[in-house]
Design a protein around this ligand. Sequence first.
Ligand code: DGI
Ligand code: FE
Ligand code: FE
Ligand code: FE
Length: 189
Amino acid sequence: MKREALMQAVQMRMSEKRFKHVLGVEETAVALAERFGASPEKASIAALTHDYAKERSDEEFQLAIEQGSYSNKSELLKYGNAIWHGVVGADFVAHELQITDQEILSAIRLHTTGGAEMSLLDKIIYVADYIEPGRNFPGVEDARVIAFSDLDQAVAFETKHTLAHLIESETPVYPKTIETYNRWVVGIE
Ligand code: DGI
Ligand code: FE
Ligand code: FE
Ligand code: FE
């Protein structure tokens, strides 16, 4: 699908506000790709589709998990939209938008939690989602500066702050988020 058609398919699936966020992530992801030598085309496609499934119902996600081939079905079912829209959303993107590029699908899959192993594109989408121009929270300016100087440090910054918020609000932490913390914040290899 060309960029224009992809944009339309994505826009149809979400609020105006979320679509604006998606375009902000695209702009930032392409800039990070140019800065760090990743493919701007892949960054654009991954950014445009990263929240494609975010407005699907819990029932649709639960059905997809039950019928799908996820290794951790029963654990996955204990979480909710925050985790499902990336992990399961990547499969909706693959099937409904005919995206087969595994680098793009991995970046969508990991965009919320990160992972112990992340490709350059995975890191770009994870960080771009956090710092896009529409984001406005204490610390976002610091995150933006760090991102364009050291992407790994930006992954660490984002992970540490996200985990702190999850703990502060007693939100369940998905195991992959802990793995991301151990690898990129603590530095366990
Ligand atoms: O979809 P976005 O709002 O653009 O951003 P996102 O996909 O990065 O994050 C969605 C939400 O997921 C956000 O409120 C933070 C939350 N989140 C991140 N890690 C975890 C998590 N929620 C749970 N329950 N567990 C996690 O490990
Ligand atoms: Fe998201
Ligand atoms: Fe994020
Ligand atoms: Fe997002």
